[in-house]
Design a protein around this ligand. Structure first.
Ligand code: NAD
Length: 442
């Protein structure tokens, strides 16, 4: 008999996972305690921007294999395997706030009517699964056996559908052969297609995820530290990164110098790892991650300072700034800890008129930064701008017409804080093109 699956917490991760599980052939119930989110998903609508997900999700909702609701009691009755995909946002001192996990278990476990497997997918500090196992034992009804496994998720927003259906590795943190068997059933299709499987204990599975994100953050901050040196010495960080990348022990990916990382994962996971290691008495082992975080935040500061200096500096900078980008990265409307929005907000707080354009993230950006003005097009955002900032590397921005935009803006300085625009057409159109650690021949 085919396993039935529930997905608890249907945000970026859970909605994608639920649709992915339906695509793999399972009957799936997604549960979220936000009724508006559950209602939108039930109507086949994805309440965030993720390429390919609306089609996949709507297809399986219409086909009847995938449905959404708000009842954990219903999930308890329905599924054999329950995936926990709730949020683990930053709490006190950067430590992960695990309250969503505990409240999901408290709503689910007392209502279980048959033996089942609960699978954590959320990113958690090492040791969380052990604590949750104890809580599950307290909550489980008499005679019901509840197993817990940890199966961290590595999907990338913007590529989430592909990553869910073709995971580049599957990590199963398990304590019983039954749990491993069930997870191999769930992921039979990607395993048959070649996704490697790592079977391990739960602490290792928890740590694999946070250390992967800490490593990626380290790579980005490393190249940004080199960009700082390039700026001081006349070296070019993009050529440096290309040359480093030719060494396949290093690789070119995640060596894009610029405004640094953001989003709902890397910044919080780095800080949560520092907090957890400190709790464990191993703060020194991850001391370097504080520098990684600090280098990352310095990039934002640098753009803010350069912009304010261009606008007269001092206590009363004045002028208009046109900002290209609000999402933390392209192909996403996620603005959680977005470097672009952070820069825009700080400039506004310094007294600058800021107008922002993003191809997908206007609605969520306006919700968290209502003080900013949002334009419907890039040209409208640049209208009479004294300085233009390129802060999120959307493909659309590489296709803008610099000559036309020169007629729209008042000033001529463009700061390409992502190092992804081709300077040539901008220079040819008369822009003063500035980059981040990259040499631009004017
Ligand atoms: P999110 O905030 O978008 O989604 C969490 C969802 O859980 C929300 O819809 C919320 O309403 C719901 N929820 C909270 N408490 C609940 C409860 N008690 N019962 C039912 N639903 C509840 O967060 P996200 O980005 O999807 O991340 C979820 C987890 O996955 C985090 O631990 C994150 O670190 C991890 N993760 C995220 C990504 C990503 O790209 N977003 C990738 C890998 C791992």
């Amino acid at each position: 008999m085919m396993l039935r699956i529930s997905v608890i917490g249907t945000g970026y991760l859970g909605a994608t996972h639920a649709a992915g599980m339906a695509e793999l052939g399972f009957e799936v119930l997604g549960v979220d305690n936000n009724p508006a989110k559950a209602a939108a998903l039930s109507a086949g609508q994805v309440p965030f921007h993720e390429p390919g997900l609306p089609e996949l999700l709507a297809g399986h909702v219409a086909g009847g294999r995938l449905r959404f609701g708000t009842s954990l009691v219903e999930a308890a009755e329905f599924a054999d395997v329950h995936f926990l995909c709730v949020g683990t946002p930053p709490g006190v001192n950067g430590a992960a706030d695990l309250s969503q996990l505990y409240s999901a278990l408290e709503g689910l476990v007392p209502h279980l009517t048959r033996n089942c497997l609960i699978v954590g997918k959320s990113t958690v500090p090492v040791g969380t699964a052990e604590a949750l196992t104890a809580r599950i034992a307290e909550l489980a009804p008499e005679g019901i056996s509840v197993d817990l496994a940890w199966n961290p998720e590595f999907l990338r927003e913007g590529h989430a559908v592909y990553d869910t259906l073709h995971p580049n590795r599957l990590v199963f943190g398990v304590t019983t052969p039954d749990a491993e068997w069930a997870l191999r059933q769930v992921y039979a299709t990607p395993i048959a297609a070649g996704s490697p499987v790592v079977i391990t204990n739960m602490p290792t599975a928890e740590l694999i995820k946070v250390s992967a994100n800490a490593f990626l953050a380290t790579k980005i901050s490393f190249i940004n530290a080199m960009a700082e040196l390039c700026d001081l010495t006349g070296a070019d960080v993009t050529l440096l990164a290309d040359a480093l990348g030719h060494d396949d022990r290093i690789g070119r990916k995640f060596l894009g110098a610029g405004l640094g990382y953001g989003g709902g994962c890397l910044p919080k996971d780095v800080r949560a790892l520092i907090a957890r290691a400190t709790e464990l008495g191993a703060g020194e082992s991850v001391e370097f991650l504080r520098d990684i975080d600090a280098i990352n935040l310095r990039r934002r500061e640098r753009v803010v300072e350069e912009t304010l200096a261009l606008l007269g500096g001092g206590h009363r900078p004045s002028g208009r700034v046109g900002v290209l980008g609000a999402a933390f990265k392209p192909l996403s409307d996620d603005v959680r800890d977005s470097p672009a929005l952070d820069v825009a907000r700080r400039l506004h707080a310094a007294g600058v008129d800021v107008t922002v354009f993003d191809p997908a993230a206007t609605v969520p950006a306006r919700a968290v930064a209502p003080q900013l003005v949002f334009a419907a097009t890039a040209a409208a955002a640049l209208h009479e701008a004294d300085v233009v900032l390129h802060l999120t590397e959307w493909r659309e921005f590489r296709e803008l017409d610099p000559a036309f935009l020169r007629t729209v803006a008042r000033g001529r300085v463009l700061i390409d804080a992502r190092n992804t625009l081709d300077p040539e057409p901008w220079l040819a159109a008369g822009w003063d093109f500035r980059a981040m650690g990259r040499l631009v021949e004017s």
